[in-house]
Design a protein around this ligand. Structure first.
Ligand SMILES: [Zn+2]
Length: 291
């Protein structure tokens, strides 16, 4: 069984029929979909991604990566790519688009409810509205691009802890990603840090192993590479790592469409037992979805 815990519904890049065809070809049983957060962006070059990744992995140089990020989102609600232009970030991603897909294909798709407490005064009502829809399994948060401090997440995280639903979060820099405070304030919360703990990586793994048993990471996206995925699994243990892709962003086939095999191969090549591999591919996530 293979479940991709982190992919985006972005039909402007990959329509639903092609997503299903790619799932079938790659042997991916289910995908947990996230509503799209922004207009499709030009792809960052692999060299740039590798440079930023190196900067982020060391505490001493992480602030340089943060400064680059600050420049790209200097105007609130937009991301600026030099030479390409400005692209809107949606303050409230369209949960209905994902709920519709989940409703039409309940055997293949699950849905994340995208919340933005910096924009939504009734964020707990929004959560209630969408969690009543079958197949909507948890909450996605993105303080990195929605540009807020994770300290404002208290009511949302508290409610998710109470309900026992998982939270998938793309952490921001500094107070935009205070995973220690979140884990300590909500010790039973099922928290998944996207992209192997971007932008903290090793620092998050270290803390997670020592004192935050409910903190997990997914192994998605070209924000990481195979070596970093291996390091994350070695540091955190296979029980706390989840297969995810961030499709349709990054990793392309020759026809430029998304390559569903890339991250799957990383997991297949991990130096772990078959039982651990099965956990990463599906069992860990299934356990998080159990009430
Ligand atoms: Zn993503």
């Amino acid at each position: 069984m293979k479940i991709d815990c982190h992919a985006h519904f972005e039909p402007r890049m990959l329509d639903l029929d092609r997503v299903i065809a790619k799932m079938d070809a790659a042997g991916v049983d289910r995908i947990a979909l996230i509503p799209s957060l922004n207009d499709p962006l030009p792809e960052a070059s692999p060299a740039l991604l590798a440079t930023v990744r190196r900067l982020m992995r060391r505490k001493s140089t992480r602030s340089i990566a943060e400064a680059i990020h600050r420049v790209t989102i200097a105007r609130k609600g937009q991301v600026w790519i030099p030479g390409e232009g400005r692209f809107p970030i949606y303050p409230q991603p369209d949960n209905e688009s994902v709920a519709n897909v989940v409703g039409a294909h309940p055997d293949r798709f699950l849905g994340w409810i995208f919340l933005n407490p910096a924009h939504d005064d009734a964020v707990l009502d929004t959560l209630e509205r969408w969690r009543s829809v079958p197949g909507m399994i948890g909450v996605k948060l993105h303080p990195h691009w929605h540009d807020y401090k994770t300290a404002i997440l208290g009511p949302v995280l508290g409610r998710c802890e109470e309900l026992g639903v998982p939270v998938l979060i793309h952490l921001g820099f500094r107070s935009g990603g205070d995973f220690v405070a979140m884990s300590e304030s909500f010790p039973k919360l099922k928290l998944i840090a996207a992209h192997a703990g971007f932008p903290f990586y090793d620092d998050l793994w270290r803390v997670a192993s020592a004192k935050t048993p409910n903190l997990h990471v997914d192994l998605s996206s070209p924000y990481i590479n195979e070596a970093l995925a291996r390091d994350a699994v070695a540091a955190m243990g296979a029980r706390r790592c989840l297969f995810g892709t961030d499709a349709p962003y990054g990793f392309h086939e020759e026809d430029e469409s998304y390559d569903y095999e890339e991250i799957k191969r990383w997991v297949e090549r991990l130096p772990v037992t078959e039982d651990e591999r099965e956990r990463i591919f599906s069992a860990n996530f299934e356990a998080l979805l159990a009430p």
